[in-house]
Ligand binder design. Structure first.
Ligand SMILES: *Cc1c(COP(=O)(O)O)cnc(C)c1O
Length: 379
């Protein structure tokens, strides 16, 4: 018998209450029970996104929400600025190009956060830019970008700021109304503790004004239609009802924990994990880490893929390796969503054993001890 632990940066472990709720007989999505449920989900999402505006909900993975953000705000020929510093930043560019836009790019070295001044310079150089696209928590590198600083810059211009927050909503503070972030895209399989399949889009008043004028083609991901439906506690098309039911459970748990405690929990798990891996002599990949995951450089002579494989085969733990140019070079331990200190301890214990198996010199317990020293402190 082997117990399995899912500690990859998505999908993540599912909340037991959500699993049980999904096992109940399906609700009719045009019936009164579903309407009551959706009304409560709408309130929960506004709380989570820290906005007074409607948070739109689409049945798709997170990327669908990203595509929706592009096609609902822009028109053919519009200028856009895309910040690329990882696989997900690149995705913004790919979506824009798929719709015939020719964005300008700020290319950031993978592992670094964008310098907000570069955004200011790009907007000054081209005042016709209508939208700035960035990632918040870039899960391919483990970097957390400074959205508050970027929002302050973009907020002074007519452009809107569109943020991929798929791995940061529910992990780290992102008060969209207070900071002036215009579109915030989330997904359910990261911090929301439920399976993949729903995309979430928070939209500011400034962005809604652009949505009214947007002329890029769209059909399924139609923000105006979806808002109109939601205001009647409906979805335009048949939603993934069981995921909405699961989301209702997870939002209840998030509300009960409270945002401050939620962010503090993620921060604490991240600090403990980082302390643990550094005590083993390993190097972190970035100096500006997201609290969602820890990205670690594979030690010399050991391929990151071998660590990932052995953790799974020998210890039942699923983590992620690197993508694209980081393949073989880094590995990623996630600690977001339905995660607590037991996950951190289990993961570090198995990592110590794995490294020892692969011939890396470790003293068993050294990583755990450093993590425990963080965990015993009050948060
Ligand atoms: C997971 C993730 C996505 C979305 O991926 P999907 O597979 O479409 O859900 C996008 N951006 C970031 C930063 C992510 O971590």
């Amino acid at each position: 018998m082997k117990k399995r632990h899912l500690l990859a940066p998505g999908p993540t472990q599912v909340l037991p209450e959500a699993l049980l709720a999904m096992a109940r007989p399906i609700l009719y999505h045009r019936g009164p029970e579903y309407e009551v449920l959706l009304a409560s989900v709408r309130e929960g999402l506004k709380f989570l996104f820290q906005t007074k505006n409607e948070v739109l909900l689409f049945t798709s993975s997170g990327t669908g929400g990203m595509e929706g953000a592009v096609v609902n705000t822009l028109s053919p020929g519009d200028r856009a600025l895309v910040i690329r510093g990882g696989k997900f930043g690149e995705r913004w560019g790919e979506i824009c190009e798929a719709y015939g836009l020719q964005p300008s790019y700020i290319d950031v070295e993978w592992g670094r956060a964008v310098e907000p001044d570069l955004v200011a310079a790009a907007l000054t150089a081209d005042p016709s830019i209508k939208a700035v696209f960035t990632t918040h928590s870039e899960s391919s590198t483990g970097v957390l970008h400074d959205i508050e600083a970027i929002a302050r810059i973009v907020g002074k211009t007519p452009a809107i700021l569109i943020v991929d927050a798929i791995t940061s909503v529910g992990v780290v503070d992102l008060p969209m109304d207070a900071w002036g972030v215009d579109v915030v895209v989330g997904g359910t399989q990261k911090a929301l503790m439920i399976p993949p399949g729903l995309a979430l889009c928070g939209v500011s008043d400034k962005a809604w004004a652009m949505v009214q004028r947007s002329r890029l083609p769209k059909f399924y991901f139609n923000f105006i239609a979806e808002r109109k439906s939601l205001e009647k506690n409906q979805n335009t098309f048949t939603p993934a009802v069981s995921l909405v039911v699961a989301l209702h459970e997870s939002l209840a748990v998030i509300r009960a924990e409270g945002l401050t405690a939620l962010f503090a929990r993620h921060d604490r798990l991240a600090r403990a994990t980082r302390a643990g891996v550094m005590a083993l002599g390993l190097q972190l990949f970035t100096e500006r880490p997201t609290p969602a995951l820890t990205t670690i450089i594979a030690p010399p002579g050991i391929e990151a893929g071998a660590i990932v494989k052995r953790l799974r085969a020998a210890h039942g733990i699923t983590i992620s390796g690197g993508q694209a140019q980081l393949k073989g070079k880094i590995f990623r331990l996630a600690h977001l969503g339905y995660a607590d200190e037991s996950d951190v301890v289990v993961c570090l214990a198995a990592l110590e054993r794995t490294l020892a198996d692969l011939g890396y010199p470790v003293k068993l317990g050294e990583g755990i001890r450093a993590a425990q020293e963080v965990l015993v402190q009050a948060c």
